[in-house]
Design a protein around this ligand. Structure first.
Ligand code: NAD
Length: 355
């Protein structure tokens, strides 16, 4: 298969971690007979320096015209004093809006080799934690009317059937590519918007008989994520609930450098990026952990390019690398061998096998 990937290296550690992810993709292409073409896109601080704009129109166009976008990270102290509309992070918001990605998907997975890094009890971690939160990204209370009248503040929460249905589909499709269990999280005992959410999810379920749908109230879900996270495969939820639950879920895994994410809309063209920022404190020192970006590339293969075997191969290579006892500084522990960003990439590639 031939795929065109827009590549945003960005700022700080962005270029270092993206280089390792591209090396991994090149090895996958060689093993499986694919061609990945890369188009470099300037976004963030580096684009402000070069173009005077964190995401020039011609750069957004390259992303929209690609088969998917791989992003490192943007931002840094150097651009702290630029006006608000020119900040590097504005480029990211414009990219998400321009690509029309309304679904943010964040996995919570504990690698058995890093179980000690989790703040959860060993007996809970040992049951295995591997789920994805699919969060609606451009609707709900964050996008409703906000106003203050005297001593009263008002934030409006609105969802319509179309908005719920399109995120619901992403939830069902994601579950279909995993263990076929979808948990819809809402607050239908109190909120009308949640009752509509639940109704639409159950209507959609008729089109996905192979996926088992369950319902859970958000307060219970917040408890279950720390009490028995092994029960979850895919969680689908609205914007504010997803914001809070996905941060809770990433904390239980223990390392920010290991977590990938994807954002998807109506097409298969997605935005793939690690959840961390540009880490200016370690930039240019070959210290960054590239695994969050490498796993983001694996998500791209699985969810946008329908290449599950290739995605499995990358995830297995990461697991083999951890099994062999190598760690970057952020996840280093006693008895392990510390490696830098580029060596980490090389070792993961040396473990890549055709599944
Ligand atoms: P950060 O995620 O960049 O760093 C937080 C801490 O985690 C730092 O100590 C850093 O060294 C460490 N860290 C992060 N990623 C790591 C990795 N891959 N390997 C090893 N250690 C890692 O968050 P911050 O310091 O709050 O933000 C720095 C800059 O990044 C800011 O300008 C912020 O606006 C920006 N940012 C960008 C994105 C994005 O591009 N999507 C997201 C968050 C923050």
């Amino acid at each position: 298969m031939v795929k065109n990937i827009a590549v945003i290296r960005g700022d700080g550690i962005g270029p270092e971690i993206v280089e390792q992810a591209l090396n991994v993709l090149n090895k996958v292409a060689e093993l499986y007979g694919h061609t990945f073409n890369y188009t470099a896109v300037d976004m963030g601080g580096c684009a402000i320096d070069k173009w005077g704009d964190p995401l020039p129109e011609q750069m957004l166009k390259k992303c929209v015209e690609s088969d998917s976008v791989l992003l490192g990270a943007v931002g840094g102290n150097k651009w702290n004093d630029v006006p608000g509309h020119m900040r590097p992070e504005k480029g990211l918001l414009r990219l998400r809006a321009g690509m029309g990605v309304y679904s943010n998907n964040r996995p919570a997975k504990i690698w058995k080799q890093l179980a000690d890094a989790s703040p959860l009890k060993k007996s809970i971690v040992d049951k295995g934690i591997d789920f994805i939160i699919v969060r609606e990204l451009i609707g709900g209370i964050y996008f409703g009317e906000h106003k203050t009248e005297g001593d009263t503040a008002i934030d409006v929460l609105t969802y319509n059937e179309k908005e719920i249905e399109r995120i619901g589909r992403i939830g069902f499709e994601t579950a279909r590519k995993r263990n076929k269990k979808l948990c819809s999280v809402e607050k239908s005992n109190v909120l009308d918007s949640s009752r509509l959410w639940k109704k639409v999810m159950h209507r959609l379920a008729e089109q996905y008989p192979d996926v088992e749908l369950s319902d859970m109230l958000v307060d219970n879900c917040a408890m279950q994520i720390v009490k028995n996270p092994a029960q979850f495969d895919v969680i689908v939820t609205e914007n504010m609930f997803g914001d809070i639950l996905s941060d809770e879920a990433s904390m239980i895994t223990g390392s920010i450098g290991m977590i990938p994410s994807s954002s998807l809309g109506a097409t298969t063209c997605g935005l793939y990026e690690p959840i961390h920022g540009s880490a200016p404190d370690i930039a240019g020192k070959d210290l960054a952990n590239p695994i969050g970006t490498i796993l983001s590339a694996a998500m791209m293969l699985r969810f946008s390019f329908d290449m599950p075997k290739e995605a499995d191969a990358i995830e297995n290579a990461v697991s083999a690398y951890l099994d062999a006892g190598y760690r970057t500084a952020d996840i280093m522990s006693e008895g392990m061998t510390q490696v830098g960003c580029s060596r980490c990439g090389e070792l993961i590639i040396s473990n890549l096998r055709k599944e």
